[in-house]
Every structure is written in C-alpha cells, then in structure tokens.
Design a protein around this ligand. Structure first.
Ligand SMILES: C[S@@+](CC[C@H](N)C(=O)[O-])C[C@H]1O[C@@H](n2cnc3c(N)ncnc32)[C@H](O)[C@@H]1O
Length: 206
C-alpha cells in the first residue's frame, strides 16, 4: 500500500533517533518564526499538511489553545496518535492525503515539515497551499534537500526508509514557489550533525 511505511512507523515515530537531530530542531525553528506572529493576533486558523503524530500542533496548542488547528496526514495510524495527544474542539486531525484535500476554509498559517518530499505532485500542492491562504498568510515548509553530493548520498539512504520521495534542491524549490505565486521571505538551513543532509526551512508569505 502507498502509505504502508508511514502506517508501520507511527507507533515508534515519536521515539525515532531523527527526532533529536532533525524533527525536534525543526519544530524549534518553526516555533521561533510563528510564535511572535501568534502573540500579535491570537485568533487564527492553522493548517498542517503531513502532520504525522501531531507533535508540532500539540506544541503550539500548549501555548495557544484558542487557535483553530487542522492537521491532515495520509496515514491513519499517525492521525490516531495525533488525536490521542492533542485534545480540544478547536484541534482537528483528518486522515487525508494532501492530493485529495479540499476546503473552503482559509488559513493564516500553513505548516509542512518533513512531508513535502513525499507529496506526489509538488506544483499542485503549492498552488493548493496558495489557495488555502488568507491574505498575508505565513507558510513554512521544511525538508531534507539535495544540494551537494553528500546530500545526495544521505538522502538516497533516507529514501529507503520512507515512501517514494524527491528531496528537491533549494534552487528547485525556489522555482516552484515562484510558479505558485508564493513570496519567499527566508531560507534557513537547519543541520544538527555532519551526517544529516541539508534541512532547509522555507519561510513564505502569500
Ligand atoms: C517524516 S513524516 C513528518 C511528520 C511531521 N510533519 C514531522 O515533522 O514530524 C512524513 C509524513 O508525511 C505523511 N505523508 C506522506 N505522503 C503524504 C501525502 N500524500 N499526503 C499527506 N501526508 C503524507 C506521512 O504519512 C508521514 O506522517
């Protein structure tokens, strides 16, 4: 099955070693960017694509319980764990691949951490993100990226543990953002250990 690797990983996901060197540091960087925005205007809609077990939403909701959260993920086991961890009427999780997701609701913050490489149609996904935005919305996308021979080698092994993936270079991502009409504010490289690939954080605005 298409998402079987993620279904199988769900129960051990929050204990994987990459939590320490990649996923945890990513959440910290995302929080650094969005928390100041939340303080200024707390009644917001936040959408996360490929939310996994819902760790990021849970961490934000601990500080900002009044925001409306929606996290989606293609793997049902991930979503079940997300639902167990973060509770509240305004915190919703749905099993849904991004390619089938449709909504009339608009969002002020869109997050996508370590999930974009697995989405089948990247151009379409970014246009979908753009359509889901309220004016002035912030989008943060973070993922492993291939910018050197070393990245290529590490990402080759990473790919073996996941569903089908394309870890695009920063240059390739920039072209996609431009085509989707998204304004790139900042690119930040998060790399905790020499044996990790480039982890690129893209801070965008609509
Ligand atoms: C590496 S995990 C990242 C989870 C979480 N965002 C994080 O940073 O820890 C990748 C997630 O993307 C999800 N995923 C893969 N393909 C997807 C798709 N087409 N639509 C939605 N989610 C997808 C997987 O089920 C998995 O939970």
């Amino acid at each position: 099955m298409k998402y079987q690797k993620w279904e199988n990983l769900a129960r051990k996901y929050n204990r994987l070693w990459v939590q320490k060197y990649s996923l945890g540091p990513t959440r910290r960087e995302v929080l650094k960017i969005i928390l100041p925005k939340l303080q200024a205007d707390a009644l917001l809609n936040l959408f996360e694509a490929g939310c996994g077990t819902g760790q990021l939403i849970q961490e934000i909701a601990e500080q900002y319980p009044q925001i409306n959260y929606l996290g989606i993920d293609a793997a049902q086991n991930m979503i079940e764990l997300a639902k167990e961890s973060a509770k509240g009427e305004n915190i919703r999780f749905q099993t849904c691949p991004i390619e089938s997701f449709a909504s009339t609701e608009k969002y002020d913050i869109i997050l996508c951490t370590h999930a974009f490489p697995y989405f089948p149609n990247k151009e379409e996904t970014l246009c979908k993100f753009a359509d889901l935005c309220n004016p002035g919305a912030t989008i943060i996308i973070v993922n492993s990226s291939t910018n050197s021979f070393k990245d290529l080698m590490i990402n080759f092994f990473l790919k073996a543990t996941t569903s089908k993936a394309r870890y695009l270079s920063v240059k390739e991502m920039k072209v996609l953002f431009q085509n989707a009409g998204l304004n790139l504010q900042e690119v930040k490289v998060i790399r905790e250990k020499f044996y990790m690939p480039t982890i690129a954080l893209f801070h965008l605005e609509k």
